[in-house]
Design a protein around this ligand. Structure first.
Ligand code: 5AD
Ligand code: FES
Length: 374
């Protein structure tokens, strides 16, 4: 058995990749890890660290990107699914240190959409060809289970051919069950970081990684299509933390994964922190596509905010979903999770048209299917 030290390059004979494994601290090099990921769709935490250390190695990068594009094509052809995002409340009881709508931000101008406004967003979205609506909001106790159930039932009754995704944070198993019974199909809840200490440094003591993970497993048990995910380059994040995120995703096997670069917001604890890297986000999109070949993977607004071509680059790295904004224009700037968020001035139709153009210029086709996980 040949053993290699971390970082050692260009010495592994091609035919031996996969046989050459790590022992304790001694592990394979980046190219070898990439090939193992392609072969097995899974790596150990140490191997993910090695892979992430090679994020600027052009050869490794190209290999992963090509494989990600190949897999995405195998399962989804040139289709890009679209979700209409309705940001229906920016009230939040939590105080996540990175987020612009956290409870402690006295400068945030708060809003809640009425049921009628939400239904109008769906109507407009349906007219534009959307078959998935995403109701996203802060953790806002105003929207009781009863109100949410009524809203879910109404949307599913009026648009029975549409999927409904919720993204409203941590709830009890029973609440999730009620929403599911009312007709909700999918749930997005990013885990944010799978490392306990890092989780502590991004959130106040009232929140816990254990609860967050439990929520994700509860959602899976209830039959939701589940989305987890994390920010790339959040303050204090190391490659080891990201490796833990990847291992967690590997265990959870979510149908959807949302990742985007961290972007500082001026009214948060992290106002002066550096934003996350677009290139590393793209690299991770490819890695995630290979790990979970059928995953629904959005090219996120945060990626588009950090780079005018970010979403196009995301699609070319393995993403297959875009989420244009359907929220009323009057409220868009108020749903400010981070600074300089794009798409805050456009009407829904403009946003959809803009994205359709971007998708086709990137060589893909924006489709109107519900876009369930295959
Ligand atoms: N930068 C980038 N992404 C952020 N989110 C929240 N705040 C920021 C920020 N400052 C992400 C979180 C959350 C999702 C809705 O938006 O990952 O889960
Ligand atoms: Fe919203 Fe381009 S996607 S304006």
């Amino acid at each position: 058995m040949m053993l290699f030290h971390r970082g050692q390059k260009d010495v592994i004979p091609e035919k031996r990749f996969g046989e050459v494994l790590y022992e304790g601290d001694i592990i394979m090099d980046g190219m070898c890890a990439a090939k193992n990921l392609i072969r097995n769709h899974a790596l150990t935490e140490n191997e993910y660290v090695t892979l992430l250390e090679s994020a600027s190695d052009q050869e490794v990068k190209n290999l992963l990107k090509e494989e990600a594009v190949r897999l995405r094509k195998q399962y989804y052809g040139d289709k890009v699914y679209t979700r209409g995002l309705i940001e229906f409340t920016n009230y939040c009881k939590n105080n996540c240190y990175y987020c612009g709508i956290r409870a402690g931000n006295r400068n945030a101008v708060r809003y809640r959409l009425t049921k009628e406004e939400i239904m109008d967003c769906c109507k407009e979205g349906y007219r534009l060809g959307f078959h998935t609506f995403v109701l996203q909001g802060g953790e806002d106790p105003y929207y009781t289970d009863e109100i949410m159930v009524d809203l879910i039932r109404s949307i599913k009754a009026e648009f029975p051919d549409c999927a409904l995704t919720l993204s409203i944070g941590e709830k009890s198993y029973d609440s999730y069950r009620l929403f599911r019974e009312a007709g909700a199909d999918r749930y997005l809840l990013r885990h944010e970081t799978a490392n306990e200490t890092h989780y502590r440094s991004l959130h106040p003591a009232a929140m816990s990684l254990a609860v967050r993970k439990q929520c994700l497993y509860d959602l899976k048990t209830l039959g939701y299509q589940v989305g987890a995910g994390f920010m790339v380059g959040s303050p204090g994040q190391t490659l080891e933390h990201m490796a833990e995120d990847l291992v967690f995703l590997q265990e959870l096997q979510p149908q959807m994964v949302g990742i985007g670069p961290f972007i500082p917001h001026h009214d948060t604890v992290f106002a002066e922190e550096k934003a996350g890297s677009v290139d590393l986000t793209l690299y991770l999109l490819s890695v995630i596509r290979i790990m979970l070949p059928k995953v629904l993977l959005p090219a996120t607004t945060a990626l588009g905010t950090m780079d005018p071509q970010g979403r196009e680059k995301g699609l070319k790295a393995g993403a297959n979903v875009v989420m244009p904004n359907l929220s009323p224009v009057k409220n868009r700037k108020q749903y400010e999770l981070y600074d300089n968020k794009i798409c805050t001035g456009e009407e829904a139709a403009q946003c959809r048209g803009c994205l359709a153009g971007r998708v086709s210029r990137a060589g893909y086709r924006l489709v109107t299917d519900r876009g369930d996980a295959v």
